[in-house]
Design a protein around this ligand. Structure first.
Ligand code: AMP
Ligand code: MG
Length: 491
C-alpha cells in the first residue's frame, strides 16, 4: 500500500460523517512535499513526489485503503451559534499510524464540494494554502502543537473570490480533526449515544492514560474535559510566548487533541501590542492577542456545555460539575504562561517579583514599540557573551531600559545556571514567519508562478532558533512600509 491507512473515525456510526470522494482537478502540479513528515507517517517520500503521489494529494487518485469522508460538526463562530457546519472543503482520506506510534489524519483541504459546503465551492486559493504550509510547519519547528503540512499542489484550475486566483490543495496532517464543534453538534441534537462514543474515541486516541479501564461514562467525560483544558491552556500559552495570533478561535476551530488548526487569518505580531488583531473580519477585536486566553476559557465552557448530557444523570448535577471543572482553567493557563515567561527571561526558579519583572519588560516593549521576537532574542544574547551570529544590528534597547536591565541582571545573579544563555537562545526564536514575507511569497507565486521565496522561507523557518547560516533577511522585522496590518480568511 502506498499509504498505510488504518482508519478509525469511519468506524463510528454514519451520522458522524458523509462518505465523499474528492472532486478531480484538471492538472495537478506539486508545489512542495514534506519528506521528513512523510517518513514519520510511514509514507515513502519518493512515492509522495511521484505522479501517483501528486495525483493522490490533488484528490485525483484514491489510494488503496483510503476511505474518504467529510465529517460533520457545528460551532460558535465569533460567538454566534451555527447548528451545522462540517468539512465543506476538506476531505479526510483516512488515518495512518506513524513511526512514533501516534495515529494521524490525512486530510485534503480544498478537495471539492461536500454535503457541508453550503454556498462554498469546496476549493482553496493558492495564497491561503501557502500561508498554512509556511505557518504550520514553522509552528512545529517552534515547538508548538499544530497540524502539519504534508504537501501542497496546484490544481491547474482557477478559484473565484473577489478576483480570479490559482487553486491549490493542501494535505493537512493532524492527530485528529475532532473539534469542540463535533461535540456541540451531537449535544444540540441531544444524541447522548453519539456523545458517549465520541468521548471514548477521543480518550482512546488522545488521552489513553488519563482514565482507568472500566471507568464510567461520567468519569470519562469529566476527565476528558480536564485533559482538554490543560492541553488548551498550554497551547494558548505557547502562542502567547511567540506572539502568535490565531485570528479565528471559533469552537469549530478548536481541536480536542490540543493542536493548533485553521491557519486562516492568523499572523505573528511584530511590534509588541496586546491589542493587536489582524483578521479583517474581527471588527470587535474578539480574537486579539490579549483576549486569546479568555476566549480559550469561553471555548472550554462551550465544550463543558456540550458534555452536560454525559457528565451526570441529572442536569443540575452535571452543570455543577462542569462549572467546578471550568474554574480551573485560569490557573492552568496562568501556570503555563508563567512557566513560559520564566523560560523566556532565563529564570529557572520562580521567585516573588518575577511576574512583575516580566510585566515591566512587556510594558517597556509596548511603550517603546519594539519588536516582540527580536527583543526577547536580543535579551537572550545579552544573558552571556553575545554569540557570533546575533541580532544586535536588528534590535536593541533604548536607555529607558537601563533600570529594568539592572533589575533583571540582579535577579539573574540569584541563581546559578550554566546553561542559561543556551536555554534562552533555544526558547526565544530569531526567525518567525513574518507577515510581510509570507505576503511577498504569495504575490510572487500567484502572479509569476515563482515559489523561490516560499521555499526559502520554509527552509529557514525549519531552524528558528539558529542564526548561523541563515539568510539574515528572514530575521529582520518589517520596514514601516512593509508592515502588514490586515489578513484575510481567504476562504
Ligand atoms: P473556517 O472559517 O475556515 O473555519 O471555515 C468555516 C466553515 O466554512 C467550515 O465548515 C468550512 O468547511 C466552510 N468553508 C470555508 N470555506 C469553504 C469553501 N470554499 N467551500 C465550502 N465550504 C467552506
Ligand atoms: Mg475551520
Amino acid at each position: 500500500m502506498s499509504v498505510p491507512f488504518n482508519n478509525s473515525y469511519v468506524q463510528l456510526p454514519e451520522r458522524f460523517y458523509s462518505r465523499q470522494s474528492p472532486t478531480k482537478v484538471r492538472k495537478p502540479e506539486l508545489i512542495r512535499a514534506n519528506p521528513a513528515l512523510a517518513k514519520l507517517l510511514g509514507i515513502d517520500p519518493k512515492w509522495l513526489s511521484s505522479d501517483d503521489g501528486i495525483a493522490t494529494m490533488a484528490g485525483n487518485l484514491i489510494p488503496d485503503g483510503a476511505d474518504p469522508i467529510a465529517t460533520v460538526y457545528a460551532g460558535h463562530q465569533f460567538g454566534s451559534w451555527n447548528p451545522q457546519l462540517g468539512d465543506g472543503r476538506a476531505i479526510l482520506l483516512g488515518e495512518v499510524i506513524g513511526t512514533d506510534r501516534q495515529r494521524y489524519d490525512l486530510q485534503l483541504k480544498g478537495a471539492g464540494q461536500t454535503p457541508y459546503s453550503r454556498m462554498g465551492d469546496g476549493r482553496a486559493p493558492l495564497g491561503p494554502v501557502m500561508r498554512e504550509y509556511i505557518v504550520s510547519e514553522a509552528m512545529a519547528a517552534l515547538g508548538v502543537q499544530t497540524s502539519r503540512s504534508l504537501a501542497a499542489v496546484m490544481t491547474g484550475e482557477s478559484v473565484y473570490r473577489e478576483e480570479t486566483l490559482p487553486g491549490a490543495v493542501l494535505t493537512r496532517v493532524a492527530k485528529s480533526h475532532i473539534r469542540i464543534g463535533t461535540f456541540q453538534f451531537f449535544a444540540s441534537k441531544e444524541d447522548k449515544e453519539a456523545l458517549g462514543l465520541l468521548v471514548d474515541h477521543v480518550i482512546g486516541r488522545h488521552y489513553p492514560d488519563a482514565v482507568q479501564t472500566g471507568a464510567s461514562l461520567n468519569t470519562k467525560a469529566l476527565t476528558l474535559l480536564d485533559e482538554v483544558m490543560r492541553a488548551q491552556a498550554k497551547l494558548v500559552a505557547s502562542w502567547q510566548m511567540i506572539g502568535f495570533i490565531h485570528g479565528v478561535m471559533n469552537t469549530d476551530n478548536v481541536l480536542l487533541s490540543g493542536e493548533t488548526i485553521d491557519y486562516g487569518p492568523c499572523a505573528f505580531m511584530d511590534t509588541y501590542n496586546p491589542e493587536t488583531v489582524f483578521s479583517s473580519i474581527d471588527h470587535g477585536g474578539r480574537y486579539a492577542y490579549r483576549n486569546q486566553p479568555s476566549i480559550a476559557h469561553w471555548n472550554m465552557a462551550c465544550l463543558a456545555q456540550a458534555l452536560v448530557l454525559v457528565l451526570a444523570d441529572k442536569e443540575e448535577t452535571a452543570i455543577e460539575i462542569a462549572k467546578e471543572a471550568l474554574d480551573k482553567f485560569p490557573d492552568y493557563f496562568l501556570d503555563a504562561n508563567t512557566s513560559g515567561m520564566q523560560r523566556k527571561l532565563g529564570l529557572a526558579e520562580r521567585h516573588e517579583g518575577d511576574e512583575i519583572l516580566a510585566k515591566d519588560f512587556l510594558d517597556l516593549l509596548e511603550t517603546h514599540q519594539l519588536d516582540f521576537t527580536l527583543s526577547f532574542r536580543r535579551l537572550s544574547e545579552l544573558s552571556g557573551a553575545a554569540p557570533t551570529a546575533n541580532v544586535s544590528s536588528l534590535a536593541g534597547f533604548p536607555s529607558a531600559f537601563d533600570g529594568w536591565m539592572t533589575r533583571w541582571n540582579t535577579r539573574l545573579e540569584t541563581e546559578v545556571n550554566p546553561t542559561r544563555q543556551q536555554d534562552m537562545l533555544r526558547t526565544n526564536p530569531a526567525i518567525i514567519p513574518r507577515n510581510h514575507l509570507i505576503e511577498e511569497s504569495i504575490v510572487a507565486a500567484s502572479t509569476a508562478g515563482n515559489f523561490e521565496l516560499f521555499n526559502r522561507l520554509i527552509d529557514n523557518l525549519a531552524t528558528p532558533f539558529d542564526l548561523t547560516g541563515v539568510d539574515a533577511r528572514f530575521a529582520k522585522k518589517p520596514k514601516s512600509e512593509q508592515v502588514v496590518r490586515q489578513t484575510f480568511c481567504g476562504t
